[in-house]
Design a protein around this ligand. Sequence first.
Ligand code: COA
Length: 142
Amino acid sequence: MKEKFTFRPLDVSDVSFLAQYAAECDGISDYSEIKKIERRLTQRLKNQNYIGVIAMLNKKQIGFVDGIIVNQTLELNEIYVNKKYRRKGIGEKLLKEIILMAKTKGINRAFFQTEPDNIPMQKLGEKFGFKLKVLTYEKILE
Ligand SMILES: CC(C)(COP(=O)(O)OP(=O)(O)OC[C@H]1O[C@@H](n2cnc3c(N)ncnc32)[C@H](O)[C@@H]1OP(=O)(O)O)[C@@H](O)C(=O)NCCC(=O)NCCS
């Protein structure tokens, strides 16, 4: 049977899924540190300018996108799809949904930043019509 993915706005029931992802990205496994992230995310959800979409398979969260509206612009923060479900159009649908959400708030510009070697994200953005605008050079000062 074909898997049926659903999408809905992020809410407080997603905090532990998001915190788990954030902790994994930063190599954090300590329980109290994860709880701290959860508290921070719960606070963030109270910000009217913070928006996000969650992807579900049955009752399980499998991906999300979030961002913040600043100066009439949607600054995309993070987008993630569980490895098992990649290349099935979920990333694209998440982007589509968050952009729709932003548009209903009158926003007409969005951007994201990604690493030079993050080809999936770059390709996803390009497929969606994002154009490369800024190159940032960095030097670590020792
Ligand atoms: C980036 C990410 C969200 C894409 O999610 P996804 O559900 O696999 O994306 P989709 O299936 O919707 O793919 C849409 C398009 O993106 C591009 N794309 C996605 N994965 C790709 C890959 N591995 N290589 C090249 N292009 C890719 C393709 O153009 C694809 O369209 P196509 O399948 O018709 O060729 C996912 O790879 C991910 O979670 N990566 C880890 C987290 C991350 O790096 N987030 C970005 C931080 S800025």
